[in-house]
Every structure is written in structure tokens, then in C-alpha cells.
Design a protein around this ligand. Structure first.
Ligand SMILES: *Cc1c(COP(=O)(O)O)cnc(C)c1O
Length: 490
């Protein structure tokens, strides 16, 4: 067993095996991801049986499997692994997560997680204060730990729906940008709400005037929730929050800000002004497994007023009987949609305490600065062109100039092929994003570099930029006439 007085003794030799396997796997991979694509990875897995008749023992199983996943990992600790909002976790957070696994507090009742409850309380209070810098006398903000932006956005919509129900059973209509995260649409679907009104985003940001128009066009009697994004997934762009808060207020709509990506800018005094207006939101999504260097999962939903969380309250006699709650046992069930859940607050607390606000700010600022330096390098590269306009938080879009010399469809196919070739060869993990091409007009496919590694420098990307500019032959997509499983054709 991993817990108890002897737990550490049982873990020590196995932890040593795991650390050796991590080292060996990383050395054998020798780059940001394994070469050979999906077939290569499958082949390395070979005939390894996951459920043999007779077990192979802990050390062997760990050595085999950890080495395999380490060798076959897309490792965000490598500068050339920069496709997604997929961060390299800090060692302090990963180490704290080992303790979380060993102790296994379950955050659905105090009697399964006494001290972890206190840690979670302290973390959520601190993060709520980070988002809502309120003066005394204002309603008290609060925050919940979630599994990530998807769950936080779901909760944001759910709480707004419940508020609308309480106010005379009104239907909630969601108004968001066309660039809003897909989880917003999915949350509306899951909650039985009408399809969100997706407002066009010229230049990638929500236009407050267009939002006012969309709100005015809603059916009379509908309640409305405006969802703004602080750090779009594709470009890291921040919607104009103060003007959107004004627009929402003018129509008595609620405001949810999806700051899954951008929220941690608040750690930095220098960058926090980019999020000015976020404190006017009723609820705010923030992920710490993006710009926060936590292992997944480390999501947060902050709310302006703790009372807004009341609809989540729930009693299950075996977890939070009324008399237990009255006798002073903290009630955790109303702090999540989940029941059993990991003490993700522990790794967050260890990180925040280890680094402090200044340490977190320094890491965020370095990612932002590196993205700007990378943008300058791309501008100076003869074989590459950056998407016109400024860089998002720490995201840079660019494409080979060779793609510009082809007709649009072939140019896009070339961009896609560059990305796939780098993946196949195990040389780089770049993302892809479709976005407008400034004055040239039209949406184009771009390569996307998302910089979440605070210890890399723009110079570390020199080789990657040359790779992206290497000539390739575009492979045009096959005509899209394949039958879909639902009977329609694509
Ligand atoms: C990543 C992201 C999400 C989803 O978050 P998960 O943690 O992956 O569930 C939501 N919104 C935005 C803007 C994101 O970037």
C-alpha cells in the first residue's frame, strides 16, 4: 500500500524505478515526440499483454510501461512540442501529485479528506481573490476546483440557467463569439439550452456592438448569458472585456469569461491589465494546467458571489447528512458536479507557495516575452510569413511563404502537410489553426506555436522554424464524399 507508516518505504524503490524509466524513455526518444506516427508507436507497444494470466510484478510492469510511454510521449518539456495549450508540468507540482495519489483523499466528504479540505478552501479563496480584487463590503467571491475549462464552462452555463429558472422560469440564451471554445456549445447542448448565438469575430475578437445587437434580437422574456473569451484557443486573443461587460449590463445579461488560457496573466502586475474587466464577470473559467504548469487536471471556476453556487447544493445522507453539517462538518458535495475527486488543490497549493505570486508572474511573463521574440524571428525568416497583427497571449500563427505562392486550397494543403510531416518524423509538434489573413482577406490555414514553456528562449526555435520552411509537396485532401455513420454525407 502507498499510504500508512510504511507507505513511503513501499513507494521509494518503485519511485526509483519510475524515475529511471522516465530518464531512459526520454533519452531513447531524443526529441519532442516519437517518430513513425501511430504505426511506429503501436509497433513499439508490440504484443505487450496488459492483463496476463500471471502478473509480471510491480517493478517490471513499471519499467516496461513507463519507459514505453516516456519514449512514446509528446513531451511539452521539449521546446519543439508547442502545438496545444499543453504545458510542461513543474516538478514541484508532479511531486505533490505523488503525495495526492499516495494519500488518496477524496473530495466528496470531509471524513475522506480532512486536511485536503482545508487546503482546497485556502486555494479556492486565494484564486477567487486573484480574479475578483474586491474592496471590503462587496459580496464575497468564491471558486471551485474543476477538471478543466470544459467543466468550468459547463458550470458557468448551469449556474446562469438556474438563475434564469429561479427568476420566473425564463429560458437562458447564450451569446458567445464564433471563436468561443467548443465546450460552450457542448454545454448548452448538454443543459438542454437553445443553440448559442455565435457572433462573428472580425479580427478574432468579439465585437461589443455586435453583441449588443444579438442581445437586442433575443426573444422577449429570454434571460441571457454573454460568454467572452480571455485567450482564444487558436490565437490567444482577449475579447474587449470592459465593453462586453457594459453590453451585458445594458441588457441585464449575465457575463461568463472563459479565461482558461489567459486567467494566469492575473499573477503578473504587468500583464493583469490585459484582463481588466474580468472582475465584472459573474463567473470566470481559469485553467492552471495551461499557463500554470500543473499536471492535468487543474481547473478553476471563480464566481463573483459565493451565493451564486447555491444551486449546486445537494444532500446525500452517506456523505453530508444535515445533522453532520449542522454539527460543523464541512459540506463538500455542493462544491463540484463530481462525487469522488482527486485533491488537485494540493499540487496547486504546493506550486503557489513554492513560487509565490512573483514566481508565477515571472513564468507567465517569460512565456509571453518568448512568444513576442518568436514572432520577430518569424518576421525575419525569409521562408515564413506570420499572420498579420499582434501575437496573442503566447500563441504565434505563421505559414511557409511557399504556401502563399500556391492557389489557396493547395497552399492550405501544404501547411497541413508540413505539420503532419514534422509529426511523422518526430521532429516537432506544431498546431494548426484557420484564421483570417489580414488585408489579403479570406481564412487561411496556419501553423500554430503555443508557447507554454517558461524556460525556453526564442533562439531554441531556430531549428524548428527552418524545418517548417523546408519544401514539401502538398497532398490535396480527397474529395469529401465519404458517407457519415449518421447517414449524411460530408
Ligand atoms: C482549453 C480551453 C478550454 C477547455 O479546457 P479543458 O481544461 O481542456 O477542459 C476551454 N476554453 C478555452 C478558451 C480553452 O483554451
Amino acid at each position: 500500500m502507498a499510504g500508512g507508516v510504511h507507505g513511503a518505504d513501499a513507494l521509494a524503490p518503485l519511485t526509483a524505478v519510475v524515475l529511471d524509466a522516465l530518464r531512459a524513455g526520454a533519452v531513447r526518444r531524443g526529441g519532442p515526440l516519437p517518430g513513425g506516427g501511430p504505426e511506429g508507436v503501436e509497433e513499439r507497444f508490440g504484443a505487450l499483454e496488459v492483463l496476463p494470466r500471471h502478473g509480471v510484478g510491480a517493478e517490471t510492469a513499471l519499467r516496461e510501461l513507463v519507459e514505453l510511454v516516456a519514449e512514446g510521449a509528446a513531451d511539452p518539456a521539449d521546446p519543439a512540442c508547442a502545438a496545444h495549450l499543453h504545458c510542461p508540468p513543474l516538478a514541484v507540482a508532479a511531486a505533490a501529485d505523488l503525495a495526492a495519489s499516495a494519500l488518496n483523499p477524496s473530495m466528496d466528504s470531509w471524513d475522506q479528506a480532512p486536511a485536503a479540505t482545508t487546503v482546497e478552501r485556502a486555494v479556492t479563496a486565494e484564486l477567487a481573490r486573484l480574479v475578483y480584487r474586491r474592496g471590503p463590503g462587496s459580496p464575497g467571491p468564491d471558486a471551485l476546483i474543476t477538471s478543466g475549462g470544459t467543466e468550468s464552462n459547463l458550470l458557468g452555463l448551469l449556474l446562469a440557467r438556474e438563475e434564469a429558472r429561479a427568476a420566473g422560469g425564463r429560458t437562458l440564451r447564450v451569446v458567445c463569439g464564433a471563436t468561443a471554445h467548443h465546450s460552450v456549445r457542448r454545454a448548452a447542448w448538454l443543459l438542454g439550452l437553445p443553440e448559442p448565438v455565435a457572433v462573428e469575430c472580425p479580427g478574432g475578437r468579439l465585437d461589443p456592438e455586435a453583441v449588443r445587437g444579438a442581445l437586442a434580437a433575443l426573444p422577449a422574456g429570454a434571460a441571457a448569458l454573454v460568454v467572452a473569451t480571455a485567450g482564444t484557443t487558436d490565437e490567444g486573443l482577449i475579447d474587449p472585456l470592459p465593453a462586453l461587460a457594459d453590453a451585458a449590463a445594458a441588457h441585464r445579461a449575465r457575463l461568463h469569461v472563459d479565461a482558461a488560457y489567459g486567467g494566469p496573466l492575473l499573477f503578473s502586475e504587468r500583464l493583469a491589465p490585459r484582463l481588466a474587466g474580468v472582475e465584472r464577470a459573474d463567473s470566470v473559467t481559469c485553467d492552471l494546467h495551461k499557463l500554470g504548469w500543473q499536471p492535468v487536471a487543474a481547473g478553476v471556476l471563480a464566481v463573483a458571489d459565493a451565493r451564486y453556487l447555491a444551486p449546486l447544493r445537494l444532500t446525500a445522507d452517506y456523505l453530508n447528512a444535515d445533522d453532520d453539517t449542522e454539527a460543523g462538518l464541512p459540506d463538500l458535495l455542493g462544491r463540484s458536479l463530481r462525487t469522488s475527486r482527486r485533491p488537485d488543490a494540493l499540487k496547486i497549493a504546493a506550486t503557489l507557495r513554492a513560487l509565490g505570486r512573483d514566481g508565477m508572474a515571472a513564468l507567465v511573463e517569460r512565456c509571453v516575452a518568448t512568444a513576442e521574440e518568436l514572432a520577430a524571428r518569424i518576421d525575419a525568416h525569409p521562408g515564413l510569413r506570420r499572420r498579420p497583427g499582434g501575437t496573442g497571449i503566447s500563441t504565434v500563427l505563421f505559414r511557409p511563404t511557399a504556401a502563399d505562392r500556391l492557389p489557396p486550397e493547395q497552399g492550405d494543403a501544404l501547411v497541413a502537410e508540413v505539420r503532419r510531416r514534422l509529426l511523422q518524423e518526430g521532429r516537432a509538434v506544431l498546431g494548426r489553426a484557420r484564421a483570417e489573413d489580414g488585408e489579403r482577406g479570406g481564412a487561411r490555414l496556419w501553423l500554430k506555436a503555443t508557447l507554454l514553456h517558461p524556460h525556453t528562449r526564442a533562439a531554441d526555435f531556430a531549428g524548428l522554424l527552418d524545418l517548417a520552411a523546408e519544401p514539401v509537396t502538398p497532398v490535396l485532401p480527397a474529395p469529401r464524399t465519404t458517407a457519415r455513420t449518421d447517414g449524411g454525407t460530408v
